[in-house]
Design a protein around this ligand. Structure first.
Ligand code: T1G
Length: 677
């Protein structure tokens, strides 16, 4: 959004109807010059006696998609937004908002001060501010309850999901649906017809609906909103609208908005908004690099990962050939995919005919040769380097020229895999997270010889199948798992020194993680990566595995589980830890929660700094995106590297030194400057 383009708002006249047009690509955000332009042209239209009605519409892909988030935190420029809105609302001539694409946040608030709204059926309307840790701070929480009622206003503001135009019409948010390709003309005709009706200031309309909906939303979303401030602030404002006069409600909203705006949660969530979009950009590559076609995909391995990965492509209508070694394994894998789709269809996510058409896109095979016509082949077999090299060696002879060969390995050396082919430029890692059809994160692992267009194509394919794709370099565990390792190692040590699995996990859950290291280990399987020798006990985990305590699947791991998988602290695990402590000659001591933070979260930041130094991640915000979308790091803490800035890199470095860690040079540098990443 260059601030050198003040001419982002223009006005035309169609007889007695003035049409004010916003054109501020890419999303018509309310940058200072747009607010200035709106003020100028509305004042002109209001002062022009020849004008009997006004239409506000936008050029480009969408109606106004909100305030210009990139201006937040910067010195204010241009007119006060609320003053411009109040002028529009008070207009003595009917004002019609003509909506296409998305009317979001400040964009919907602008449409709400217009007296009428007309929209194309494909339009979406919403107030997603809560997803930025904010609330609609330009009257949205006071005007929405007057237009759609308390329940809908509470739902729209606290959840932040957009409403399709036809539904918005039913709700009274939209007054008229226009032709999909005739919005401009339909809006002028609609405005002309409103001249007789005159203006309809929203602030003068009555709030209606049942305030009890607010408490019901809190109860229904308590787990989802754990740790978040914004959802509750949104509901407090809607509740205020039910009992305060409009201007007092507006003042309350302003106060709540400023609290959130100045807080760390919104700063973190705004950071992630831009970080997610930044992650899609590959430094050094031209934006318009020519991508390879991906019209047919091959999957090797029909296990949990292979099946989940395939589902992403089927849902985008991309035919898939899936290869397994044995018929029984192939049938089992396809059975799981069918079961998952049937379960989703039962929840109304897919129609039965959609499930049939997706299943119809699958070509099952026991022959690798069946992949000869695929544009992208993703190998998802168990983690064994020799097996992967053998497969890629065979693929090298089978796959067509230009086919992209990807491995779903979660930590093996992609360069070594690529070297088992004569076309390492066509090889890279595409590391999906389990369940692969649900988890949004995709680590795209760039090998030393991976061609630029191969990398760009994999990133674009990731976006196409609804993933948040992040470029990672080749190293053990890439970005996410590499940072997870020091956390898990320290967590184990803390048990030896006196902490319990429950204490360590509680610190992480209170921090906002969905679960702690030991709950996660029990869910994933304590035996993942175990050497399978019950006589070799070198760690507490070995001791658990030797006793068959492999986690939830065995109803016993670091916790005991009842048949509903509810965890409880395990006296047997406490015994095992005590036995191990004595064998290791470690003195048990009190461990504070702060020490657990310093020894499990701070080392992740340290590892993140090493990853940046080694160039295994393009930027610190990419690391944040990995942890938000792959490991459930609380978005209101912005990811490990952003959080390090909030926590204080100097504090982190000092604590790491205190606990005997070698502090990464980049972290030392940031600490010395008291700077974030
Ligand atoms: N401000 C600034 N930049 C924005 C922006 C915004 N509101 N929305 C998008 N961009 C940039 C984005 O960073 C990217 O830049 C480019 O536009 C294309 O975006 C007072 C306080 C509209 C559904 O939360 O949800 O109003 O990476 O890749 O997939 O109450 O953008 O190309 O350099 O996402 O087609 C409320 C945010 C603001 C909506 C389009 N509004 N935007 O999706 O494109 S707070 C929002 C979106 C507010 C008021 C409050 C999506 C989109 P770049 P994109 P897309």
């Amino acid at each position: 959004m260059s601030d050198e383009t003040p001419n982002s708002v223009t006005m035309q006249k169609d007889g007695e109807v003035a049409v004010i047009i916003v054109n501020n690509p890419p999303v018509n955000a309310l940058s200072w010059h747009v607010r200035e332009g709106l003020k100028t042209h509305f004042e002109a239209a209001l002062a022009d006696d020849g004008v009997k009605a006004i239409v506000l519409r936008c050029d480009g892909a969408t109606f106004i998609a909100g305030a210009d988030i990139s201006e937040f935190g910067k010195p204010p420029r241009g007119p006060d937004f609320n003053a411009v809105l109040n002028m529009i609302e008070a207009a003595p001539k009917p004002v019609v908002a003509a909506i296409h694409g998305t009317a979001l946040g400040g964009g919907l608030e602008t449409a709400l001060v217009c007296h009428y709204r007309i929209a194309v059926p494909s339009a979406k309307l919403g107030v997603p501010e809560v997803k930025l840790g904010l609330l609609p701070g330009a009257g949205g929480t006071q005007r929405l309850p007057r237009v759609v009622g308390v329940e809908a206003a509470a739902t729209m503001t606290s959840l932040g999901d957009p409403v399709p135009a036809p539904k918005a019409k039913e709700m009274g948010l939209v007054d008229e649906l226009a032709g999909e390709d005739s919005l401009a003309a339909d809006a002028i005709a609609f405005a002309r017809a409103r001249i007789a009706d005159g203006p309809r200031p929203t602030r003068e309309r009555e709030v209606f609906g049942d305030v009890a909906a607010i408490e019901q939303l809190k109860t229904a979303n308590a787990k989802r909103w754990r740790g978040f401030e914004a959802p509750y602030a949104n509901l407090a404002c809607v509740e205020a609208a039910t009992r305060l006069p409009f201007d007092e409600g507006l003042a309350f909203e302003r106060q709540e908005f400023m609290k959130l705006m100045m807080g760390s949660q919104s700063a973190a969530q705004r950071h992630i908004f831009f970080a997610e979009r930044q992650a899609a950009k590959i430094d050094g590559l031209p934006k318009d690099i020519k991508l390879r076609d991906v019209k047919k995909v091959g999957i090797i391995g029909a296990g949990t990962m292979g099946g989940g990965i395939m589902m992403n492509f089927l849902q985008k209508g991309i035919p898939c050939t899936i290869v397994e070694m044995q018929q029984e394994a192939l049938d089992r894998g396809l059975g799981v995919v069918r079961k998952n789709y049937d379960a989703s269809a039962a929840k109304g996510r897919f129609k039965p005919e959609q499930v049939e058409s997706m299943m119809g896109l699958i070509t099952p095979s026991l022959e690798l040769e069946a992949l000869a016509d695929c544009d992208l082949i993703i190998e998802a077999v168990y983690e064994n380097m020799d097996v992967k090299k053998e497969i890629f060696g065979k693929l090298d002879k089978i796959a067509k020229p230009g086919a992209i060969l990807a491995s779903n390995t979660s930590y093996l050396d992609v360069n070594e895999i690529a070297a088992s082919t004569s076309r390492p430029g066509d090889v890279l890692g595409m590391h999906f997270f389990s369940p692969a059809n649900v988890m949004k994160l995709l680590e795209v692992v760039r090998g030393d010889k991976t061609a630029d267009d191969v990398l760009a194509t994999a990133m674009a394919t990731g976006k196409k199948i609804g993933k948040v794709a992040v470029v990672a370099g080749v190293c053990h565990g890439f970005i996410g798992n590499r940072m997870l390792a020091p956390r898990q190692i320290e967590a184990q040590k803390l048990l030896l020194e006196g902490a319990t699995p429950a204490q360590v996990d509680k610190v992480h859950v209170d921090f906002g993680m969905p679960m702690g290291p030991f709950q996660m280990s029990d869910l994933a399987g304590v035996d993942i990566g175990w050497h399978r020798d019950p006589n070799r006990i070198e760690s507490i985990r070995d001791a658990l595995c030797a006793e068959g305590r492999w986690g939830q699947k065995k109803q016993a791991g670091f916790y005991d589980y009842d048949d509903k998988r509810n965890p409880s602290e395990s006296p047997r695990v406490a015994e095992i830890i005590e036995e191990f402590r004595q064998k290791a000659g470690v003195e048990k001591r009190e461990i504070s929660d702060q020490e657990i933070v310093e020894r499990t979260l701070y080392p992740m930041v340290n590892e993140g700094a090493l990853i940046l130094e080694e160039g295994k991640a393009q930027r610190a915000s990419d690391i944040d995106v990995v942890w938000i979308y792959g490991y459930g790091w609380p978005v209101y803490r912005g990811g490990p590297m952003f959080w390090a800035g909030l926590e204080g890199t100097d504090k982190i470095a000092a604590a790491l030194e205190k606990h005997g860690f070698e502090v990464a040079p980049l972290l030392k540098e940031k600490a010395a400057a008291k700077a974030g990443f």
